[in-house]
Design a protein. Sequence first.
Lengths: 219, 219
Amino acid sequence: MSVLLSKEITRLKKKILQMTAIVEESVRKAVSAVRYKNEALADEVIQNDNGIDLMENELEEECLKILALHQPVAIDLRYVVVCMKINNDLERIGDLAVNIADRAKAISREKDDFIPDSISAMIEKAISMLKKSLDAFIEMDLKMAREVSLMDDEVDELNRNMYQEVRKMIMEDPDRTGYLLHVLGVSRQLERIGDYATNISEDVIYMIEGKIVRHSGSK
Amino acid sequence: MSVLLSKEITRLKKKILQMTAIVEESVRKAVSAVRYKNEALADEVIQNDNGIDLMENELEEECLKILALHQPVAIDLRYVVVCMKINNDLERIGDLAVNIADRAKAISREKDDFIPDSISAMIEKAISMLKKSLDAFIEMDLKMAREVSLMDDEVDELNRNMYQEVRKMIMEDPDRTGYLLHVLGVSRQLERIGDYATNISEDVIYMIEGKIVRHSGSK
């Protein structure tokens, strides 16, 4: 690899790290806004999304520039392509944080404030999947990347439980329907964050092993 | 552009077209399975998803090969990168068709069979967005690509109406909760298909104009 290309790739890595930190923060804030019915915090998440969108555009431009100017091959090519994909997925996770923040605003206007156990468990799992998938990317750690897929099955299971739980609660007390549909909405966004973290981890495995592992496990 | 690169790009276009047809068919079948409570059709969608996954992997390998061997620049580079993204999004739309098929199976076991008007409207809109975004890609048609974003606002609006409608129906008759939550699930998947079609159309605009238009419109 040329010195110049190696420098560009280091810069790319740094930018992905920055973006990761900002997106993770956004998810955490959105989830806190739900937990503590904090509308101001939810608004903050919604406003900050613009910054994430701009970062995504910049990062993509940078990747394209590297492809055009340095024409990397083999692992370097895969690295740049994977950066583009992770960049894309991080931006979409940012959008999911906005969806959660929207729900937080609706939830904070309701009198109800019961947060089901499954949701708390999902919050922890989804955030830790996100962290782990990006740590796997930074450390180029296969083992860590593989652990993420296993965690995804647990998040999917928790989301299914949420459905059952919410269904039962609504039938017992239909007046809570509006509130509980919002809670279910949050659960769904968390499940989708788990899906994106899984995508990222699969891209990391691909980058390291050079073969596509997507769709090889359970869905 | 070299003759060889031009040939490769024509081949890529053909494969994307094939994949588009298969994914569109999958969405149509899943939606029919919901409408007609056809469990066998839903199973077909679920089984065929494997084929879509394999196509995605192949197409991605092909794109990487073109990048490594032909090192395209300018519009050709953008074209290959956009193909990779559309490929990715098509595969995810295939996953959403599977989600709809899962709901169809649950729905077909329920006694209820009322399909709200908003859902029928969403089905038509989401499928036509998907078609239009891919036509815009094939024809390199800016106008068509721009129309897709406008349609997305309508799908989002319909999805919001669905929430209100379902909430009201559940409160009036809580025994229908299970069924109606599944219907709401279908509505959400359709809204996500609209989002992916919007992503595709924005990538088409980017390919033609060379500037990133993502996040410039309403969210």
